[in-house]
Design a protein around this ligand. Structure first.
Ligand SMILES: [Zn+2]
Length: 414
């Protein structure tokens, strides 16, 4: 173990430089810019690390089906190291980043290092991880170590917009394999083993328009929407007591949640009685709940409220529905990962479910034992002045290298 840790330590400069180079490519999504340029760069880095690479473009008809505008290529990169082993460890990283909005003190795509932190859009979410993935392999190859597991890395687009053309696509087309998987997740001494479910509804309320000088001729959809949304909000006190038995890192994440009105629409003139108003519902499900139950519960409240007035019609549309997921447990995988983590960080590994989902859920659904682990940053993903700790880039590289090296090794006879 020590020689691997030392070898990573010796390559420190190159690893940080690699992370910077990746952050420099503005793979902003939406709309999905510079994907090919990024993949080209990653391909080169993977080849230098001794990996075989394959590119997978999502065909245009497929993009159309998913409602993605043509113009920007959606390309996945898979890099593999076939060691002749029976099992494969897959590590995934998405290379797209959200737009750089807010108040940046530095150019978000000109990565800067200050006080041991690497600043740049996508540094934390999750380009530093990509540098760790490639560097871990690079170091093991340099040491002429042959792992007892095949290694497959994937670099995928569009996580920030649902992941359907990225990791989900690779899995659907059976282009990758995994007996164990590592992807985006928690950091430091926590690894993610699943995430909450999600149900998004759009509730459209229809009334009757009229001249505002004679409101008695109309039926105000906005006023009815307020009543209905207030009734939905009433569910919050129930959800606040619905607690999962799973471990969460933050105690507040142990409960079912509800956000009403993230998106509202309707009404377009002051002197018209509005005949339409709509509001959104974002409902997060603990693993003990299902999408069907959550939908029934919400629909019951909405229908009960709207049934009171015959002149009002309500339409409920589901815009997103994802069941909660928890990874299959694999004791060997957990054991190897926790030993790697404690030999690098001198901490004990803890596992927890996350409130929000990552691409890892696609692997979890297929029954692959998964751990979500990321480079530690300032928890400023999607915010301005996003950064990661340089030390954590090096530590995470060490952990990945130790996990690759440790998996499926036959125990030495004493
Ligand atoms: Zn991410």
């Amino acid at each position: 173990m020590k020689h691997i840790i030392n070898a990573v330590e010796k390559r420190k400069k190159q690893i940080i430089a690699l992370a910077k180079n990746i952050v420099e490519i503005p793979t902003v999504n939406p709309p999905g810019m510079n994907y090919e340029r990024c993949v080209e760069f990653l391909e080169l880095s993977c080849k230098k690390a001794g990996l075989k690479t394959r590119r997978y473009y999502v065909p245009k008809p497929e993009l159309k089906k998913l409602g993605i505008e043509a113009g920007f290529a959606r390309v996945n990169l898979v890099a593999s190291w076939d060691t002749g082993a029976k099992k494969t460890l897959h590590i995934n990283g998405h290379y797209d980043v959200v737009p750089a909005t807010g108040n940046w003190q530095t150019d978000p795509f000109k990565p800067r290092i200050k006080d041991g932190k690497l600043f740049g859009r996508g540094s934390e979410d999750m380009k530093a991880n990509i540098a760790c993935m490639i560097s871990a392999v690079d170091v093991l190859q340099g040491l002429k170590i042959c792992p007892a597991v095949n290694v497959e890395l994937s670099f995928t687009p569009d996580e920030e917009t649902g992941g359907q053309t990225g990791l989900a696509y690779l899995l659907k087309k059976k282009l990758i394999k995994a007996d164990y998987a590592i992807g985006e997740g928690y950091e430091d001494d926590y690894a993610a083993i699943g995430n909450k479910g999600m149900l998004w509804l759009e509730v459209g309320v229809y009334g009757t328009s009229a001249h505002a000088s004679t409101p008695y001729r109309g039926e105000n959809a906005f006023e009815h929407m307020l009543e209905i949304s207030r009734a939905v909000s009433g569910l919050e006190s129930v959800l606040n007591r619905r607690r999962t038995r799973c471990v969460t890192r933050d105690k507040r994440d142990a409960y079912s949640t509800l956000v009403v009105g993230g998106k509202i629409a309707g009404g377009n003139k002051t002197n018209i009685v509005p005949d339409y108003a709509s509001f959104s519902i974002d409902r997060r499900l603990i693993p003990e709940e299902t999408v069907a139950e959550a939908r029934r519960e919400l629909e019951g409240i909405i229908r009960a409220k709207s049934a009171k007035n015959r002149n009002v019609r309500v339409k409920i549309r589901t815009t997103t529905a994802e069941e909660p997921v928890i990874s299959k447990r694999d004791d060997h995988f957990l054991d190897v990962f926790s030993k790697a983590l404690s030999s690098v960080l001198a901490k004990k590994l803890k596992t927890a479910i996350m409130p929000g989902g990552t691409d890892l859920r696609f692997f979890i659904r297929q029954g692959v034992p998964c751990l979500g682990y990321s480079v530690k940053g300032g928890q400023r993903a999607h915010a301005d002045n996003e950064f990661v700790y340089c030390k954590s880039i090096i530590d995470t590289t060490k952990i990945f290298a130790l996990v690759i090296n440790g998996l499926n090794r036959v125990k030495q006879a004493r």
